[in-house]
Design a binder for this molecule. Structure first.
Ligand SMILES: Cc1cc2nc3c(=O)[nH]c(=O)nc-3n(C[C@H](O)[C@H](O)[C@H](O)COP(=O)(O)OP(=O)(O)OC[C@H]3O[C@@H](n4cnc5c(N)ncnc54)[C@H](O)[C@@H]3O)c2cc1C
Length: 439
């Protein structure tokens, strides 16, 4: 590999789609944006690089939804409630994910909305003029093509679209250190009496953490990682697992992602030994699959017209222009597998959380990208500091920001396509009409 050599590369490509709204990424934020924009009359094209909608919650095998409600209010109402109701009807669970069922739910919701899309279609560049993005350049099986649009929404999780356009972003802490990644996994042959229900009693669940220190001392693990999010048990002897951290991975660098995947697959065997030998009911456990998408918690945070920060969390902020409210705690996974880092994580996770019914507002301005007139961001890479990113990044938060920018782009596309010209009161009224929690 020659790192210093550079070449000029130019190519004429067909404009394959001419739409009101282009969306890069079809995870929870992208699908919520696409469905909402299409239902409000916009023509939409979603480019999804992987093989399905859902991002981390399907291809990434993230096994459960964090809370859609704050125990009093349905915060992710709108698209989140539709997903919740479909899951209840088709899986019998509103929080544990059967990824195959969820893929079909998402396929149906997006198809029925009228949004156009294709899988294995990756955004690779943008063409811009001043503060306006004009075209998205995509690469797919048929070759490279352009999508012309009035509005562009970055739902890539990593802020790819915004970064390609030259938007300002921050990554990780002051040293650039980011949360570790996890390759989620699915397991079978667990004692079928170990089963979670929709109204799970957390105090009565099988203890997955008790013997962890002993197993570390016994040399079961290659690193002394005390942070074990754990498995859920939807029935049929199946376990959906968010277990094992790989440290120092940069989700915007394919070499680093490659190492994350390989190390994640190796780690799964260590956890197999742990569950088999240390926890009752798991002696026959068998690994079915690790995810095809690496579980990246944190990369770029795209800077918008407002940056949500820890102070907003602490004061349960309210904003004139809020498009929703959310309440998940601060959840910054420790950057190292040592006791001190784990202690800091535990302190933050248990102190920076809300009582029932409390929440913070999400301002529209945290979704409009600084320096651009027709670019929105939604999902895990919205404009926040690290503390807020670790809260808003969970899937219900992504439904909230996704549906807001979907609706805002449908409104903006009726005019000049400028994000800041959207009448926020009109947006809030339309969001309320679709159920959004806006007290
Ligand atoms: C290990 C792990 C465990 C988690 N656990 C939970 C949990 O228990 N509960 C919970 O609610 N949340 C959890 N989360 C958080 C949550 O899953 C993600 O933060 C959330 O899915 C982010 O949604 P998103 O739409 O921003 O991005 P993603 O879900 O990451 O989706 C982004 C999509 O964009 C596509 N894409 C990326 N780049 C491009 C491109 N250039 N062109 C086209 N498409 C592109 C990807 O293929 C992907 O489908 C977890 C996250 C991780 C990593």
């Amino acid at each position: 590999m020659s790192a210093s050599e550079k070449i000029e590369f130019s190519k004429s490509v067909n404009v394959k789609y001419n739409v009101d709204v282009f969306i890069a990424g079809g995870g929870p934020s992208g699908l919520a944006a696409g469905i909402t924009a299409a239902r409000h009359g916009a023509s939409v094209f979603i480019a999804e690089a992987h093989s399905c909608f859902g991002g981390m919650g399907t291809a990434g095998l993230v096994p459960w939804f964090c809370h859609l409600k704050d125990s009093v209010n349905f915060l992710a109402d709108g698209i989140g409630r539709e997903v919740h109701d479909s899951m209840k009807a088709e899986m019998g669970s509103t929080w544990m994910i059967d990824p195959e069922v969820l893929k079909r739910i998402y396929d149906r919701m997006v198809k029925n909305s009228g949004a156009d899309f294709s899988f294995y279609t990756k955004l690779v560049d943008v063409v811009k003029e001043g503060q306006f993005i004009k075209y998205a350049i995509c690469s797919a099986k048929s070759g490279v093509f352009a999508v012309k649009a009035k509005l562009f929404i970055d739902c890539t999780g990593d802020g790819d679209l915004s970064a390609m356009a030259g938007a300002e972003y921050k990554k990780g802490d002051e040293n650039g250190t980011m949360m570790p990644v996890t390759l989620c996994s699915q397991w079978c042959n667990i004692d079928p009496s170990i089963q979670d229900s929709d109204n799970v009693d957390w105090a009565k669940r099988v203890d997955q953490h008790g013997p962890l220190q002993k197993a570390i001392d016994d040399g079961v693990f290659s690193q002394p990682d005390l942070h074990l999010p754990g498995m859920v048990f939807p029935g049929h002897g199946i376990g959906g697992a968010n277990i094992g951290h790989v440290f120092d991975v940069d989700g915007t660098d394919e070499r680093s992602i490659t190492r994350g995947l390989i190390d994640g697959r190796k780690l799964a065997l260590e956890y197999e030994a742990y569950y088999k030998n240390y926890i009752k009911g798991f002696k026959d456990i068998h690994l079915v699959a690790t995810a095809s998408l690496l579980g990246v918690r944190e990369t770029r945070r795209i800077m918008g017209d407002y940056i949500l920060d820890l102070n907003d969390f602490k004061k349960r902020a309210c904003f004139e222009d809020e498009i929703g409210r959310f309440s998940y705690p601060v959840d910054i996974h420790p950057p190292k597998a040592d006791k001190e880092s784990f202690k800091k994580f535990e302190e933050e996770f248990h102190s920076l959380r809300y009582a029932h019914g409390e929440s913070y507002g999400i301002p529209y301005r945290s979704l409009t990208v600084k320096g651009f007139d027709n670019l929105f961001v939604a999902g895990r890479c919205v404009s926040t500091d690290r503390y807020m990113q670790s809260s808003i990044r969970v899937m219900p938060g992504c439904f909230i920001t996704g549906q807001a920018v979907g609706l805002a782009s449908a409104l903006a596309s009726k005019g000049k396509g400028v994000t800041r010209e959207v009448n926020v009161k009109e947006l809030q009224t339309a969001l309320r009409k679709m159920g959004a929690f806006l007290p």
